[in-house]
Design a binder for this molecule. Sequence first.
Ligand SMILES: Nc1ncnc2c1ncn2[C@@H]1O[C@H](COP(=O)(O)OP(=O)(O)OP(=O)(O)O)[C@@H](O)[C@H]1O
Length: 369
Amino acid sequence: MNRDDTTDTPAAEGPAGPAAERLVGSVADRDDQAVEAALRPKDLDEFIGQEKVREQLDLVLRAARARGATADHVLLSGAPGLGKTTLSMIIAAEMGAPIRITSGPAIQHAGDLAAILSSLQEGEVLFLDEIHRMSRPAEEMLYMAMEDFRVDVIVGKGPGATAIPLELPPFTLVGATTRAGLLPPPLRDRFGFTAHMEYYEPAELQRVIHRSASLLDVEIDPDGAAEIAGRSRGTPRIANRLLRRVRDYAQVKADGVITREISAAALGVYEVDGRGLDRLDRAVLEALLKLFGGGPVGLSTLAVAVGEERETVEEVAEPFLVREGLLARTPRGRVATPAAWVHLGLTAPTGGGSGARTGANGQQDLFGT
Ligand SMILES: Nc1ncnc2c1ncn2[C@@H]1O[C@H](COP(=O)(O)OP(=O)(O)OP(=O)(O)O)[C@@H](O)[C@H]1O
C-alpha cells in the first residue's frame, strides 16, 4: 500500500531521530533530564490539569489506602512529556511506597523481568515506561505476575526444561505507553485503572510555567507566561524547556524579568512561532502552499521539496500540523487546510486550479463553497 494513503491519527513523535533534538520536540533531551527531577510535582494536589485523571486516580489510591491494600495496576497512555513518569512517582508517594523505574526496551528477555519482579518489596510501584515495546516472552510473564503475583521461572532448555513457580509480593504496576492501541488486549485487560492523558490547555500550561518559574527563581508576568504557553504545543515538557530558553534571553538581553515581549523575542530567536511551529514545520507548510498550491501532494514529493527524509516529515513535522488543523492526510496525498494559508499569511489561489480545491475523496470542500 502506498503510505501516502494514510488518513489515520498520527503517532506521537518517537523517542529517536530528529524529534529528540528539537526545541519543540516532546521527547526528553539530556538538558531536560537534568532539570526535570526538580520540576516534578510531588503529589496529586500539585499536579496541574488532567482533572478527570486526577480525580479518578485519587479515588483509586484513597480506597486502596483505606483497605490497607496495594493499589490496582495503572495504565497511563498519552504523548511524551504529558506527565506519565511524574504521575507514576506521585502514585508511589501517595501510597508511601518505593518506586522502581524501567522500560519496555530494557526488558528483552523474560529473565530480565523475572529478576526485577523477584526483587520487588511488598507494595512497591514498578513503573514500566514504553510498555508496548517489551518482548513477547516478557509480556507473557507479566500477565501472570500482574494477576496472580507469581511467575514461572524456566530452568534449562528444550525437553528437559522445568518451570519453577516463584511467589511475588503484591506490587502495583504502572505501565506507560504512547501507543495504547498497540497493547495486546490480554495485557490491557489486566490493568485495574486506565487513564488517557490529554494535551494541556494554554491556561493549564500557563500554571505549569508559573510554577516552574517560581522553582527556578525566575520572575515572569502573566502575559510572559501566556506567550510561552501558546507556543508549547500542549505539552508541559516543552513549556518548561521554552521557559529555560526565554530565561536565558531575559538574563542576557534584559533585566531578567520575563514579559510578553521578552518571550516573543526570545522564541523568535529560536524560530518557534506564535503557534509553536518551528523551522521544519513551517518549511513543510510553505512547500505545500507555495510549490504545490496547497496539495494534494504525495509525502515523498513533499519530503524531497523540503530536503528531509520522508520519515522525518511524516513522524516529526506532520503529527503536530495535523493536530493543529493545518494539514490533512488524504488518500490522494497531503492537503493544506484554509488555516494553513492564514497562518503563513498567504492567500489561497482562487478558481479550480488549486489542488486543495480539487482534492478528491471528501477533501473538495476544504475551502467551503
Ligand atoms: N501536570 C503537570 N504539572 C506540572 N508539571 C508537569 C505536569 N506534567 C508534566 N510536568 C512536567 O513535565 C516534565 C515531563 O513530564 P514527564 O517526564 O512525567 O512526562 P512523560 O509523559 O513521562 O514523558 P515520557 O513519555 O517522555 O517519559 C516533568 O519535568 C514535569 O515537571
